[in-house]
Design a protein around this ligand. Sequence first.
Ligand SMILES: C[S@@+](CC[C@H](N)C(=O)[O-])C[C@H]1O[C@@H](n2cnc3c(N)ncnc32)[C@H](O)[C@@H]1O
Length: 334
Amino acid sequence: MIPVEDLRRTAQGAMSLNIAFIGVVNGLFSALHRLQQADVDHLARESGMDRGYLERWCDAAYAFGWLERDGAQFVLSEDGAAMRPEAEDSRMAIAVGAMLSAHMAERAAGLMRTGERPGEKVLAERETILPWFGAMLELNFRRTFEKEILPRVEIFQEINEKSGLVVDLGCGNGWYLRALLGHCRHLYGLGLDGFSENIRQAAAKAEAEGLSGRLQFAEGDIHHFRMPRSADLIAMNRALHHVWELRGALFDRLYRELNPGGAVVIWEPAWPGDTGILRQPEYRGMAFQNVTEHVQGNHFLQPSEISAALEASGFRSELHPVGSDVVVVGRRPD
Ligand SMILES: C[S@@+](CC[C@H](N)C(=O)[O-])C[C@H]1O[C@@H](n2cnc3c(N)ncnc32)[C@H](O)[C@@H]1O
């Protein structure tokens, strides 16, 4: 049995991340970094936050080690500095993810009584979390894409040599296309997403990274979009499980939208055939998220299900395991 002290420490871990979340979404770590040190009044003026809340937050952030103090003056600890969204290797995605998990778990607890599955709108219920969604996913996955997937999965270089068009369906804040086009200088990109906030952020970031000449974004539904021209690569990252119910019609259409020799590249968590493996730490997050996906009307997929569905639409599939995820390439034969 887990000692009760350990359980309490776990609960304190959640509290600590919740305090960090408040600091992230209200710009408090960033403001304190700019000021170097500040008392509550100074930080309230700089951040525009209410002084009463801020005083309590500073005490709690100090208690959990996000801030240091010298009398009434607060400074960022090393851990607090790493929570700044603009920090190199920022850790803010962990705090945002923890708060999103708490929100989704609370909703699942209530919905389990009736079996209702309200859909993806549940993700958007918390106005402080929603704007951080794209940046959270970028911090969680961009490095793996650049370091592990891009060098190993050959299709990206093949399409780069043809100066091809890559379309990202369910593109979030567009990080995948920004990373890909940054490495593959001949590619053009088009990202599509159903959330207008994602498209706004994606376009702004592409502009800021000097990519807007080769990269565009549009709001729209994966099931009803129109391609400006045939694509060479169609990517879906953590998006296929959102539209899995209509996979047959979707994959048939993607096959027709691709140039011969083109491919779809799908990156998804790899739901295991043997759920005994879920106890392993690297699978626990997936097991948790599968509960919250159920709220949204989705479920995670086994790699073999994805390949079978691609092959039923005429693609030749290849599987590339990446930790507890999988990248499935479906090639349209020449
Ligand atoms: C888990 S997020 C992944 C985002 C992005 N691909 C990434 O890896 O960061 C799933 C995305 O799919 C989008 N999405 C889900 N269903 C969609 C649909 N039917 N049409 C357009 N976008 C959709 C959501 O808005 C969301 O941005």
